[in-house]
Every structure is written in C-alpha cells, then in structure tokens.
Design a protein around this ligand. Structure first.
Ligand code: LRH
Ligand code: MN
Length: 432
C-alpha cells in the first residue's frame, strides 16, 4: 500500500526544543522594548495567531516562464498531492488553513471526497478561480480572441458556463467566493472596440453574478497587461470598481500586487477600495518589473507593510463589512514551492503585526499638524521593529514550527516525496 510521508507533530516539537531558549530570550527582550512604547506583546502575538492567508493550489508545483520550467523533485501530480503539500505548509506555519483552487487544473472527480481529504489536514477551500485564459482539452471553442468579452456570443456563453461550473464545484467544497480573472484584450491598435468589449464583459459577468449563492462574493481581478500586450479589458482598479458597482453588492475588486505598472501607489488603491466598500482582498506576491509573481515581501517589503498599514487602519477604525480575503498568488521557478509559500505567509503576518505597532495617535496628529517627518518616522519605527520572536512564538503556540524552513529541511519531506512521487512525464502543476 503506497504510504504518504507526513511530518509528525512530535518531530516539530523536537525541533522547536532546539530553538526554544533563544526565541524565549528574544521574546522577553522585545516585550520590554514594546512595554516602553505602551504596547503589550501578548496582544500582538494573539493577533499574529489569528491571521490567516490562503495558499494557491497552483503554487505548490514548480512554476516557469515561456522560456522554460525546471521541475523540482517530488512535484505534486494531482490535487490530492497538492493538498498534502498545502497541509504540510499549514502544519509548519499555522497561518495558511485555506487553499484556493483553479478549475480545470484542480477539477475534482469527487468534490465531497476532496473536501474530506482537506478537512483531515485542517484545510478548507477559499476562493474558486475560473480559467478562460487557456483552451482546455475537452473545450469546443477557443479563447484565443477572448472569453467573456469575445465578439462571438457562443464563445462568451461557453466561458460563462465554465464559471458557473466553478461556482457549482465550490458550493460542494464549502467555498464562499469566486475569482474571475480574464486575459481578454488586444495586441494591436484597432483589434478591439474598447467600449463594446467592456459592455460584453458586464453582460457576461452579470450572468455569473446572478448565479452566485446569496452568501457568496464575486472577486473581479484587474491586470495591466499580459497575455494581451496592447490593451486589456479589465486593466485597472477603476474599471474593476465600475464593474463591481454595476454588478451589485456581492461584487468586489481583488488586488493582485503584480498587476500594476511599476511604481503605482498600490496602498492608495487599497485605501480607495476600502473607502468605496469594494475591496475583495488580495493576491499577494512581489515583483520588480512585470507580473513576476515573486515571493511576497521579497522585493518591496516596505510596500507590503504600507498595504497592511491601510488594512489595519481600516480594521481599527471599524470600517463596516471590512472582511478582505487574503491569498497568495505566486510562481516558484527557482525555489522549493513549499519553502517559498511558508516564508511568504510569514512575511504577511510580519507586515500585519508591524502595522499594529504603528502609534496611530501620533500618526494622526502628525497628519493633522502637517508634520511629514514625524508621520514618516512613526511608520518607520513600526516597520523597523523586528517582530520575528512574536511570529515564532505565535507559530509555536499553535503547534507549528519556531523555524519552519529549518524544520521542513530537517524533516526530509521533499526527499520522501521525491521517492513517493515518480514524476509522470508531462504532468504540469505549476504556472508556465
Ligand atoms: C493572472 C493571475 C490570476 C490567476 C493566474 C494563475 O496573472 O494572477 O489570478 O488566475 O494568475
Ligand atoms: Mn492573481
């Protein structure tokens, strides 16, 4: 009978023993520092423990580019092996109890069985994702020239029905939201009629919106460019916001950090969508140039902090119905996907906890008194506070690893999976 290696909780506890002394010392030291600022460290540790982010099922396989993909050992070959890896990430960092699926990549033969398999690993399903940016094997009509905005009504109907199928699968899996990202656009001037294309988008998404169960949310994901390289129908937050408003109260705007032109002030877009009551949530990642899908916080950690600063400000000011969905959306081309997803989840909790360190009274006074230097230094004081000990203790108290990377590597999990999962040529799980 094929065994499936899993890391034992006693092994994590054993590894934690090696780190316990230094992490407790650092925690005590940080507690003293924060007490001088009138901050109770235990308040931050419980906030860290309460933070959760969903991992993308498509992120546990090695990603690639149009040039190449270099698969790693022990790649997951199907949705069950992807969930095994998601379960291991959750076991070690404790802040990733949810998985976001992509259809048809993850179309389950038996959704009830899949839900049970996930629950056995402490996992539940976050937003569903449709895919009308590729032509699936059994598909009749091509999305080469678009999907929900395609000039041919029949192609649009095919794309709409695919989204309805995603919602249907999601209902059985217990998901409560559906993300629509389409690559529809043009590569040349004149290829698309900009206004008619947007009208077709609204006409199509309205049919998807009407199929939503009453307690579901529809997430519209904008993107500046790629795969279209001249015009993209849903290219920015303004267009997405207009559509979410037109569709109704269950439609919201999802912010993928990599979907903006370089140097765009994303934290201000977040503040706008919060103010307009239309922030769906995030696909967290990082990038230097395009939609590079690099690890969150790896390139612009201050931007990640400033985004969480807006989110925590809204949370603390009791913005009504404020319930953003946090998801990672990354492509791991040169790192072990499990290591990248673990460490990216850690960076999100870091940004969140540091944002709770901002002295909001001092910041508000500085803003009202037009004292930009005091405003900036108040934010920087929080951003430059090393909260690693809080994050480690929060993981440990939740049964996770004080040092997830060291514990994962010491466990030999990847090597075990390499022997368990003989790669079947052509099995493709990561984004290419
Ligand atoms: C598009 C995107 C979208 C997913 C895809 C995998 O760039 O961010 O969210 O469907 O990546
Ligand atoms: Mn995305």
């Amino acid at each position: 009978m094929q065994t499936h290696f899993e890391i034992d909780d006693w092994f994590i506890a054993e590894q934690n023993m090696k780190a316990k002394a230094w992490v407790d010392e650092d925690y005590e030291h940080l507690a003293k520092k924060l007490r001088r600022r009138g901050v109770e460290i235990e308040d931050l540790t419980s906030r860290a423990q309460a933070f959760s982010v969903a991992v993308p099922s498509w992120g546990v396989g090695t990603g690639g580019t149009r040039f190449a993909r270099f698969p790693g050992p022990g790649e997951p070959r199907d949705i069950y092996e992807k969930l095994e890896d998601c379960g291991t990430i959750f076991q070690l960092v404790r802040s990733t109890p949810a998985v976001s699926l992509h259809i048809p990549w993850d179309r389950p033969d038996d959704a009830r069985e899949l839900r049970k398999f996930a629950q056995e690993r402490g996992l539940h399903f976050d937003a569903m994702n449709s895919n009308t940016f590729q032509d699936g094997a059994e598909q009749k009509l091509s999305y080469k020239f678009g999907s929900l905005t395609h000039p041919d009504r029949i192609v649009r109907q095919q794309a709409i029905e695919h989204n309805l199928e995603c919602i249907d699968i999601g209902r059985t899996l217990g998901s409560k939201s559906h993300t629509v990202w389409i690559g529809d656009g043009g590569n040349f001037p004149g290829q698309l009629h900009f206004r008619r294309a947007l009208e077709r988008y609204l006409e199509s998404t309205r049919q998807i919106y009407e199929a939503l169960p009453p307690d579901w949310r529809l997430f519209l994901e904008h993107k500046l460019y790629e795969p279209a390289f001249y015009s993209t129908v849903i290219n920015d937050w303004g267009t997405s916001y207009y559509c979410a408003r037109e569709l109704g109260p269950q439609a919201f705007c999802l912010v993928d950090l990599g979907h903006h032109a370089p140097n765009v002030n994303i934290e201000m877009i977040v503040a706008r969508l919060i103010q307009f009551g239309k922030l769906a949530g995030f696909h967290f990642n990082d990038s230097k140039y395009g939609d590079d899908d690099l690890d969150a916080g790896s390139i612009k950690p201050f931007q990640l902090f400033l985004i969480f600063n807006e989110l925590v400000d809204a949370e603390l000011n009791g913005v009504p119905d404020f319930n953003p969905a946090y998801m990672l959306d990354q492509s791991h081309n040169v790192t072990d996907p499990i290591e990248s997803l673990m460490m990216s989840a850690v960076e999100l909790v870091r940004g969140y906890v540091q944002s709770h360190l901002v002295d909001r009274q001092v910041l508000a006074d500085a803003q009202e008194k037009c004292d930009p230097m005091l405003a900036l230094t108040t934010l920087k004081e929080a951003f430059t506070t090393d909260v690693s000990a809080i994050l480690a203790i929060a993981r440990e108290r939740a049964g996770g690893a004080i040092d997830p990377l060291q514990t994962f590597r010491a466990s030999g999990y990847r090597e075990q999976k390499a022997s368990e999962r003989q790669a079947e040529i052509g099995t493709l799980v990561g984004i290419v």
